[in-house]
Design a binder for this molecule. Structure first.
Ligand code: AMP
Ligand code: MG
Length: 436
């Protein structure tokens, strides 16, 4: 039996790739489901997902626009270097003017409409003026179209600019504004219940007694949920007993998605799986061959038989995260975040991986049968200029005292991925990293 595989009596524990494929398939399925929508002001749209495609209300740009301060002219005439008569001037905001007579030029500012008849703009730095005349300085020549963006070159009136499912951030807000949208139709954020479990947990405002710790997973998961297009709903922490968990799960079933932290390992007080089973949950997997995060649970709560209201989501998926903070963060990023983004209607679901080079002094050890995700810092060094081919950002491990090490997690900006079959990774190796 290979390491990590299960005995005949316990369920097969999938590898990272297998679990990711399963989650990907699930995400693809829920992506196609109808979901509730709402309208938001443009100023509040960042981080939301577009529910109606964005169309161009007019040509973009709406008129042939100059990209430079200079002189609109005919390229062929200007390239002969004869003086051209200055016959007009246009600044940004003025209506398109012209026509430009033959043998003439037209003063123009960046963003102004190019006068009819002109086919190029000579940059102010490239001409000499004399009285009411201007000429292109030899030996420079002008090509037709130079320093002009034609009307409709970026998009035509009625073109689809952004599809349903596009994530909205600064650039998309700017584009919507340019098309006259003061509000956008977006998908309602799935409400994600966050249920932390553990007798040892006290709220952040409390002073922990002997053996107690503060609940750090609730605010961490809330932040992760918000970053993945969900609306976090923190429930009271549940104690490690069956009644408390049953009660908490009944409340949590009001949410569109459920994240549980703690109580999914094999210990005497890990009672979450049986409680989920009592609540009618169906499990897709109850472990993944990863470290940290091996006891991760992925399943679904039953949905009510009654017809679904307009503003409800159709599935109630759930993740049971191991309680150690690094495990919680890793398993959320790898599995829960893509499902949440899919539920939220986003077509950009992640997780996001990149390649980096292991920094000098760093080596990482593999664990047979487990894909490892280790807190690391990646230095995203400048990759502009010549001689950059084959250069990678550098990644270094952050020292970590096990998967409860929040200090290490908070000092990291990515996770180094050690593949299941890697014995060790040495300094200089090109390795995958998980971004967050
Ligand atoms: P569990 O998965 O319940 O066995 O918990 C594993 C470890 O994570 C234990 O050391 C817990 O004290 C810790 N832990 C569980 N839940 C939280 C939480 N909400 N915040 C911080 N640490 C937690
Ligand atoms: Mg616990």
């Amino acid at each position: 039996m290979s390491p990590g595989s299960s005995s005949a009596s316990s369920p097969i524990v999938p590898s990272y790739q297998e679990a990711a494929a399963l989650v990907g398939k699930y995400a693809a399925r829920i992506s196609g489901e109808p979901r509730p929508t709402e309208r938001v002001e443009l100023g509040c749209a960042s981080g939301r997902v577009l529910a109606r495609a964005l169309y161009a209300d007019r040509d973009q740009p709406p008129f042939a626009r100059s990209t430079r301060d200079g002189f609109a002219c005919r390229a062929a005439e200007a390239s002969k270097h004869r003086f051209l008569n200055l016959v007009g001037s246009s600044r940004a905001g003025e209506a398109p003017a012209g026509p430009l007579p033959e043998g003439a030029a037209w003063e123009i500012m960046t963003g102004a409409p190019v006068p009819a008849g002109a086919d190029a703009v000579a940059m102010i730095e490239h001409v000499e003026t004399s009285g009411k005349q201007v000429r292109l300085l030899p030996p420079r020549k002008l090509k037709a179209g130079e320093n002009i963006v034609d009307q409709g070159a970026q998009a035509r009136e009625g073109d689809e600019l952004l599809p349903v499912g596009a994530a909205i951030h600064a650039a998309q807000i700017a584009l919507a504004a340019s098309c006259g949208f003061a509000t956008l139709k977006v998908f309602r954020r799935p409400r994600v219940a966050i249920l932390t479990t553990g007798d040892e947990l006290v709220p952040v405002e409390s002073t922990p007694g002997p053996g107690q710790i503060r609940n750090s997973n609730a605010p961490m998961l809330a932040a992760l949920v918000a970053a993945a297009e969900g609306e976090p709903w923190i429930l009271p922490t549940a104690h490690d007993n069956a009644d408390a968990l049953d009660e908490a799960l009944a409340q949590a079933s009001q949410a569109d998605m459920l994240l549980i932290s703690g109580g999914v390992s094999a210990g005497k007080f890990d009672l979450v799986e049986p409680a989920l089973a009592r609540a009618g949950a169906r499990f897709h997997f109850t472990g993944v061959r990863i470290q940290p995060g091996k006891p991760l649970v992925f399943g679904e709560l039953p949905i009510r038989e009654t017809p679904i209201a307009q503003n409800e989501y159709r599935t109630k998926c759930l993740f049971g995260h191991p309680g150690n903070p690094v495990s919680t963060a890793v398993t959320f990023l790898l599995f829960a975040a893509p499902v949440l983004r899919a539920l939220a209607g986003s077509t950009d679901q992640g997780p996001r991986f990149a390649l980096a080079k292991l920094a000098a002094g760093t080596d990482a050890h593999g664990k047979p049968g487990l894909t490892r995700f280790l807190p690391a810092t990646c230095t995203f060094i400048a990759t502009t200029g010549s001689g950059i081919a084959g250069k990678y950002p550098e990644v270094a491990l952050v020292p970590m005292q096990g998967s409860g090490d929040l200090v290490s997690l908070a000092r990291s900006n990515c996770f180094l991925v050690v593949p299941e079959d890697a014995k060790s990774l040495e300094a200089g190796a090109v390795v995958p990293i998980l971004l967050y």
